[in-house]
Design a protein around this ligand. Structure first.
Ligand code: ZN
Length: 349
């Protein structure tokens, strides 16, 4: 018995783990910079384990890791011939992991995203983008995904092309925007207006992902919730972005003691700027309260963070059995069996 995305949304919050790009870079299997998901072909076991870790931490969806795996990126790295094998392999591995779920088989989502080619003035760029999406979504269809997630769009019109191509294959669409620091999409639409239009055009879920931490995403998620009458998704990055620095692209680290190889802490020096899991849980509680339906975390997220979010919105995850319990900690526990000489010592530890 495997319910569809829509059936699950009707029943309550759905969780989707994302952030494979940063996570696989952190694990050592992906190069920061070009950020191309060659791992599906080079180290399929590493990708499968990452999929598995997020699923067991509460993700209802195994999102095929094809972010940036499009023709333009593959051309830039000189590996266009690997384009189709990479896309198909990423989906097949996702399906294998989804079937391992011990309670209910996970959904498998295809993934298309910002191409960084879009130019509102240039019709050729729009044709190229449409072709990029068309071929990727056709592979998604052939490989049997449950829906397609079009994500991290910072132009409304690019997201609209993505939605159209997903619909042309008869698949449900989750479309989410990445909002840059100007707080408006780059073709001048507000993110809530863009979401409203895409919902009217048939997207099943609309919302936001990436670029922003909870503090600077949530105000826009609220606007979307107040504007859209369908399902709303929110997948922030787990970093402490602020009104002054609303995205992780320009997030400074005042405590850094060395010079960095990059102008910014993005993308490989963001570590000290993390939200902790309880801050993420606070966000999830707020988002749940206002009626967000589709929850996740994006670049930087770890499985334990995702599990905290899932549990906050009322979900028990497979790995909830390993959720924190300090009762038996040698210094901070309160269990009767502990050595009181240690627990009394805790403030000096
Ligand atoms: Zn992201």
């Amino acid at each position: 018995m495997k319910r569809t995305l829509e059936e699950r949304l009707q029943a309550g919050p759905v969780v989707c783990g994302e952030g494979y790009l940063f996570e696989l870079e952190r694990r050592g299997y992906l190069q920061a910079g070009s950020f191309v998901p060659e791992v599906a072909l080079d180290n399929p076991q590493a990708l499968k384990q990452t999929y598995r870790d997020y699923m067991l931490a509460g993700s209802d969806v195994v999102l095929a890791f094809t972010y940036n795996g499009h023709r333009e990126k593959m051309r830039i790295i000189g590996k266009e011939d690997l384009l189709e094998p990479l896309n198909r392999q990423a989906i097949r591995l996702a399906k294998e992991v989804a079937q391992e779920h011990p309670v209910e088989e996970a959904l498998v989502a295809g993934n298309i995203s910002n191409t960084n080619l879009f130019n509102p003035e240039d019709e050729d760029s729009k044709d190229s983008i449409r072709n990029i999406f068309k071929e990727m979504v056709s592979w998604c269809k052939e490989e049997g995904v449950d829906f397609v997630n079009g994500e991290t769009f910072y132009y409304y019109e690019e997201a609209k092309i993505a939605l159209e191509e997903i619909q042309n294959q008869g698949l449900p669409a989750v479309i989410t925007f990445g909002l840059m620091g100007e707080n408006i999409l780059r073709d001048g639409y507000t993110v809530e207006e863009a979401c409203r239009l895409l919902k009217e055009q048939g997207a099943l879920v609309v919302g936001m992902n990436c670029f922003r931490g909870p503090a600077t995403m949530q105000p826009y998620v609220e606007k979307i919730r107040n504007t859209v009458d369908g399902y709303v998704g929110a997948l922030p990055i787990p970093y402490r972005t602020s009104a002054e620095h609303p995205t992780f692209f320009n997030l400074p680290d005042g405590g850094c003691s060395c010079s960095l190889p990059t102008e910014t802490t993005f993308p490989t020096s963001l570590d000290p700027l993390y939200c902790n899991r309880y801050e993420l849980a606070e966000w999830a509680k707020d988002a749940y309260r206002i009626g967000v339906n589709y929850f996740g975390l994006c670049c930087g997220a770890s499985p334990s963070m995702l599990r905290e979010v899932a549990e906050t919105v009322g979900r028990e995850t497979v790995n909830s059995v390993y959720s924190p319990d300090m009762e038996k900690h040698f210094l901070f526990g309160s269990d009767q069996s502990l050595n009181t000489a240690n627990t009394a010592y805790k403030t000096k530890a």
